[in-house]
Ligand binder design. Sequence first.
Ligand SMILES: Cc1cc2nc3c(=O)[nH]c(=O)nc-3n(C[C@H](O)[C@H](O)[C@H](O)COP(=O)(O)O)c2cc1C
Length: 178
Amino acid sequence: MKKEIILGVTGSIAIYKSLELINLLKNKGFNITVIMTKEAEELIKPLTFQVVSENPVFREMFLPVKENALLHIHLADKGDLILICPATANIIGKIAGGISDDLLTCTIFSTKAPVIFCPAMNTQMYKNKIVQENIRKLEKMGYEFIGPVKGRLACGKVGLGHLAPLEMIVEGVLKKLG
Ligand SMILES: Cc1cc2nc3c(=O)[nH]c(=O)nc-3n(C[C@H](O)[C@H](O)[C@H](O)COP(=O)(O)O)c2cc1C
């Protein structure tokens, strides 16, 4: 049976790269289920992720259906790995601060599976002391991070905060899932 990756997609401009990441992970034999934050939906429509992942895309915690009423628990149990790519300063801060106010954060808090963040943000945002402290705190607790790296950023500058190369992310996933 295929291993299951729950891909959390957040509101970073690097979001378009997660579409190609899905293809690369599918080629390695993984099944990908996407959870999008509301802000991610401002950048790319869920339909695109649905078509590329060949799976339904999840966004809402409170669905007007009886099946999967506890969707976050279902997704948390189903995932062999939770991969957050791209990961905003916001999602890192929310998890570090214990905030679980949407489907993605609730799934992360409910899982026994490993969780990997792939941050992408402006250099100053990444270097911000609070962001750095949040990352250190999460690393101490066993959450893993891939990147960011130095590269061209959305603001036009070159600096640290660029999403890790997709090959590096795939390699990290393969290492984790054996
Ligand atoms: C065009 C645009 C691009 C953004 N890119 C980033 C980014 O690369 N990294 C980041 O941390 N925040 C970025 N933000 C800010 C986040 O979208 C904002 O913090 C949002 O609340 C994140 O919500 P989420 O983490 O729930 O997806 C961007 C905002 C806009 C309008």
